[in-house]
Write a protein that binds this ligand. Structure first.
Ligand code: GDP
Ligand code: MG
Length: 331
């Protein structure tokens, strides 16, 4: 249905995206990222046209504390993977990027050679007020890059708030980067994030940090062994990488690939992706409702009044919320 309705220019953009035209790709992503409600129908027409050409890429999430070496890793790993003949798209989830000036964008200097690599495509995080809004646009940007022939998609998160969960919810393999700091570091990483990891990579395994990296890898392997495995009954692999020296990159790529192959043959990948799509549906419902409520001026003053009543202890928060919704529906 959507296909018949889509306008000529959208058909043309879809054609160009499929042909790998970079300018069309950038334009298409701008359209799906647009926050203007009037752009939505065209964005959805475009996505519907591209959908048959999506879903075959290896989707990889990369997370880790600031300074752990994500950008340096992505640059080195990207060079390796494209050198193997793959085409790599790098996207980011960073709900704070409007304030902080962007993760990947600021990092483009560190990803200088990848940014010039014809086999790679780097897209900074879209600015967004809510994590849900940013996550939606990143998911859809991912679909567009897949239709453009990128067979490996990396989604980076800067580790703000719930963004790791959002990334884990859109990728096949979630990779957690940690620095060679040993026990202290181990405590710094939230257990919830550790539980999302399919593969753990200890970065900076070179020079004076090499010994520490070996110890950190052993510590993490031990800690992960004690946790309930996410898939297939085995604890996540812990690898050591030096992005600067280029060591461990081949091992990282082969670990990611073989894990994904395991997920495919066990059927876990299709189950995972179906679960992700269902969660995406609910998060869209959630976002849309919130948008509707927040964009209504009448509702805003009502919300402020009831929020204040809840804050002062004058009203029970749950009762205030129910009253608000009843009034919102009645308005
Ligand atoms: N020795 C060494 N330093 C590294 C390595 N990877 C990153 N770094 C350094 O760690 C710092 C933070 O790296 P960056 O990639 O910006 O981390 P991000 O904040 O996670 O993106 C930089 O000074 C890098 O040069 C590595 O493999 N070896
Ligand atoms: Mg970075």
């Amino acid at each position: 249905m959507a296909r018949a309705r889509a306008s000529q220019d959208i058909h043309q953009t879809a054609e160009q995206v499929r042909a790998g035209d970079r300018r069309a790709l950038a334009r298409a992503i701008t359209l799906v990222e647009s926050a203007r409600p009037s752009d939505r129908p065209r964005a959805e027409d475009l996505l519907n046209l591209l959908l048959p050409d999506t879903g075959r890429a290896i989707r990889i999430g990369i997370s880790g504390a600031p300074g752990v070496g994500k950008s340096t890793f992505i640059e080195a790993f990207g060079a390796y993977v494209t050198g193997e003949g793959h085409r790599l798209a790098v996207l980011a989830i960073d709900p704070s990027s409007r304030r902080s000036g962007g993760s990947i964008l600021g990092d483009k200097t560190r990803m200088e050679s990848l940014a010039r690599n014809p086999g790679a495509f780097i897209r900074p995080s879209p600015a967004g007020t809510t994590l849900g809004g940013v996550a939606r646009r990143t998911r859809e940007a991912m679909l567009v890059t897949e239709a453009a022939g990128f067979d490996v998609v990396l989604v980076e998160t800067v580790g703000v708030g719930q963004s790791e969960t959002a990334v884990a919810d859109m990728v096949d393999v979630f990779v957690l980067l940690i620095s060679p700091g040993g026990g202290d570091e181990l405590q710094g990483i939230k257990r919830g994030v550790m539980e999302l990891a399919d593969i753990v990579i200890v970065t900076k395994a070179d020079g004076v940090l090499k010994e520490a990296a070996v110890r950190a890898a052993a510590d993490y392997a031990h800690a992960l062994h004690m946790m309930r495995p996410k898939y297939s009954g085995s604890a996540p692999q812990v690898l050591q990488v030096s992005s600067v020296e280029g060591r461990g990159l081949a091992e990282a790529w082969s670990a990611i690939q073989s894990l994904r192959e395991t997920f495919v043959s066990s059927g876990e990948l299709s189950t995972l992706r179906a679960t992700q799509l269902r969660r995406w549906f609910w998060s869209e419902v959630h976002e849309a409702l919130l948008e509707e409520v927040q964009s209504s001026t009448a509702a805003r003053s009502e919300a402020e009044r009831l929020e204040a009543a809840a804050g002062s202890g004058e009203a029970l928060p749950s009762a205030a919320a129910r009253e608000f919704l009843a009034r919102f529906r009645g308005s």
